[in-house]
Design a protein around this ligand. Structure first.
Ligand code: CA
Length: 241
């Protein structure tokens, strides 16, 4: 087991914070609260391959957290050496969303409900910070996790201009919760998401729920990597103040 106290101490020293007392948790949504990444991967690969763009499942996971428009541009520019016209970009993202919706409702991530209610019992503040604009999944947060996340505190693609790894979304999340970085923790599953949280100066734990390696997440800057939400919840006594 990782020495969490030592990791937290090192984080405080690196950031020159007075302390780290975790009173708030900011959750990423896809791949953390919902096991939706396989659905996103299929939708992206099918939508992009259909118009002749090479894009693999690993590419989807490496770009996870980007805005939809940015993912289209990444795939397009890599292949054609120039950006995608806006009209076509909108069409491609629309098709990706259509396929995603057609796959049905993504399941809740194993351990997510138990983890969220453990935080509610501890009186820890909570919110969700996602680059997603998929309205059906965002809506599902309220029915899956009743009373866990105040709608006014949730940050989605509609609240921000820049996708992860830009820290904008996590800074907005802190602002909505009215919490400073050194009273907060982020739970992420994707390298760009980890980078966004770290760029916002927040202690960041990753859960490796996808197809990437733990090193992909560590290299992005994750302070701790857990294999799943159950392992993360079991570490709350050491993590949460
Ligand atoms: Ca994610």
């Amino acid at each position: 087991m990782q020495n969490i106290a030592a990791i937290k101490k090192r984080f405080v020293e690196t950031h020159k914070y007075p302390s780290l007392r975790i009173n708030a948790v900011l959750f990423d949504m896809d791949g953390v609260l919902f096991d939706s990444m396989p659905f996103h991967a299929k939708a992206w690969v099918d939508a992009l391959n259909a118009i002749g763009l090479n894009f693999t499942e690993r590419d989807v996971y490496l770009n996870e957290g980007s805005r939809g428009s940015e993912t289209v541009q990444t795939a397009y520019t890599r292949q054609f050496g120039h950006t995608c016209p806006e009209e076509e970009e909108v069409q491609i993202y629309k098709e990706k969303s259509r396929i995603f919706e057609s796959l049905g409702e993504p399941p809740v991530m194993p351990g997510a409900k138990e983890m969220v209610s453990a935080l509610m019992h501890r009186g820890v503040k909570r919110t969700v910070v996602t680059g997603s604009g998929e309205k059906s999944t965002i809506k599902k947060l309220q029915t899956t996790f009743p009373n866990a996340f105040a709608p006014k505190d949730i940050v989605t693609a509609y609240d921000t201009k820049k996708g992860k790894p830009n820290p904008e979304c996590y800074l907005k999340g802190l602002e909505k919760l009215n919490m400073p970085a050194h009273y907060s923790m982020v739970v992420e599953n994707a390298p760009l998401g980890v980078m966004a949280a770290k760029n916002a100066g927040i202690f960041t734990v990753a859960v490796n729920t996808g197809i990437l390696t733990d090193d992909d997440l560590r290299q992005a800057g994750a302070d701790i990597v857990f294999k799943d939400l159950i392992e993360l919840k079991n570490a709350f006594d050491e993590l949460i103040d």
